[in-house]
Design a protein around this ligand. Structure first.
Ligand SMILES: [Zn+2]
Length: 131
């Protein structure tokens, strides 16, 4: 397996740290937004469904952010143990080019393609792959 050099590890560490900061800033902004809305309070019932929609969108977003944050932390751990470029499916090296685009990935490009084909085939919305 091809190892990453120190410079590449540092680049990935920087990238992950930046993504983490960005997410935390975004999460904080979302929190402030909902706190302001609560303080505003006392809307009439006509607005309620829209409000609920907004809140659920916000929660979904935060859920996604939480998941991404977890992925970033996992990637940072893999970085520490120097296994960040190891595909968790086949154990082959994940190319640095792929890691720099998607540092949270845990699959090499061929395993990723395979799993996407599998997903597409199982959700029934496409005729790609086996029938
Ligand atoms: Zn693989």
């Amino acid at each position: 397996m091809e190892d990453l050099n120190t410079e590449q590890y540092e680049q990935l560490a920087d990238l992950l740290a930046n993504q983490q900061t960005e997410l935390l800033v975004k999460a904080r902004d979302g929190l402030e937004l909902s706190m302001n809305r609560e303080r505003d309070g006392g809307r009439d019932s006509l607005d309620e469904s829209t409000e609920e929609e907004l809140i659920s969108t916000e929660l979904r977003l935060r859920d996604r952010e939480k998941k991404l944050l977890t992925k970033i932390r996992d990637a940072q751990q893999r970085l520490e143990t120097m296994t960040i470029n190891e595909c968790e499916d086949c154990g082959e090296a994940i190319g640095f080019k792929r890691l720099i685009v998607r540092p949270v990935t845990t699959l090499c490009i061929s395993c990723k393609e395979l799993s996407e084909e599998h997903e597409a085939a199982s959700d029934g919305s496409t005729t790609r792959g086996r029938l």
